[in-house]
Design a protein around this ligand. Structure first.
Ligand code: ADP
Ligand code: MG
Length: 242
């Protein structure tokens, strides 16, 4: 573990009217970690990630990116944080145009954009010929890889994922789990991953946070959560994996 976490939450509260979705959450994520937040539906996972990327405002508390407080920073001015949404591709554009989109926004020259897009295709193990291919001609797994390549084109310091694989069939999910893990290793980026599947969390993560009703019930490495669940809730949640 390094001395300064890349991301730090202090007493983060999120209320919707008189309903409290997050009850004063503290969290530290280390640079380069594959950190997974797992919990049942409605436990506050998406609420948390929306605050982290700036899609929603917190009611109380602080979010720090290294030594900079970012909770008041609008989403588009948080270049370090980017959500990857598999279904947010532009279907009428080519794979290359999709990947280059963030670079175009930043005013990169066409030749540089293309070079980077081809590099990213390589990183995601897609053939270079896919540069010209329409999104509508890609399979589900390929679209997922294109979306990842586009997220990486932003060159974010942290990638956030909100249940990106939950809609896919079992085999494709297993394949993409492996690819995500490998991509994490090859990029060295910090991944913050959300899933309701503890099985998925166990396979991929450095550390796992178990969320329950807007609080973290346990945060630890997989072995520890598996071997020493802190509560009946965690143990039962674990039981559903087997
Ligand atoms: P998860 O992603 O873990 O399934 P969410 O973060 O989406 O859970 O939701 C956590 C709780 O907050 C749920 O009870 C949900 O109904 C509530 N919630 C989420 N967004 C809103 C909203 N915009 N307005 C009111 N309640 C919300
Ligand atoms: Mg959710």
């Amino acid at each position: 573990m390094q001395s300064q976490p890349i991301l730090r939450l202090r007493q983060v509260v999120k209320k919707f009217g008189n309903f409290t979705a997050l009850h004063g959450v503290d969290l530290e994520i280390e640079e380069g970690e594959f950190f997974t937040i797992v919990g049942p539906s409605g436990s506050g996972k998406s609420t948390m990630i929306r605050l982290l990327v700036g899609m929603d405002e917190l009611s109380e508390g602080e979010i720090w990116l290294r030594d900079k407080r970012i909770d008041q920073t609008p989403a588009n001015l948080r270049p370090t944080c980017m959500v990857f949404q598999s279904l947010a591709l532009f279907p009428h554009m080519s794979v290359g145009q999709n990947i280059e989109f963030p670079l175009k926004l930043r005013g990169a020259a066409p030749a540089d954009r293309k070079a980077r897009a081809l590099e990213l295709l390589d990183l995601l193990r897609l053939p270079q010929s896919y540069y010209q291919k329409r999104i509508s001609e890609c399979s589900g797994g390929e679209k997922q890889r294109v979306a990842l390549a586009r997220a990486l084109a932003f060159d974010p310091e942290i990638l956030f994922f909100d249940e990106p694989l939950s809609a896919l069939d079992y085999r494709l999910r297993k394949t993409l789990e492996k690819e995500l893990k490998s991509l994490h290793a090859r990029t060295g980026k910090t991944f913050v991953y959300i899933t309701h599947s503890l099985e998925e969390a166990m396979v991929m993560s450095d550390r796992i946070a178990i969320m329950r009703e807007g609080r973290f019930e346990q945060i630890s490495v997989a072995d520890e959560i598996y071997g020493r669940p802190v509560s009946r809730f965690v143990a039962e949640f674990m039981g559903e994996v087997n």
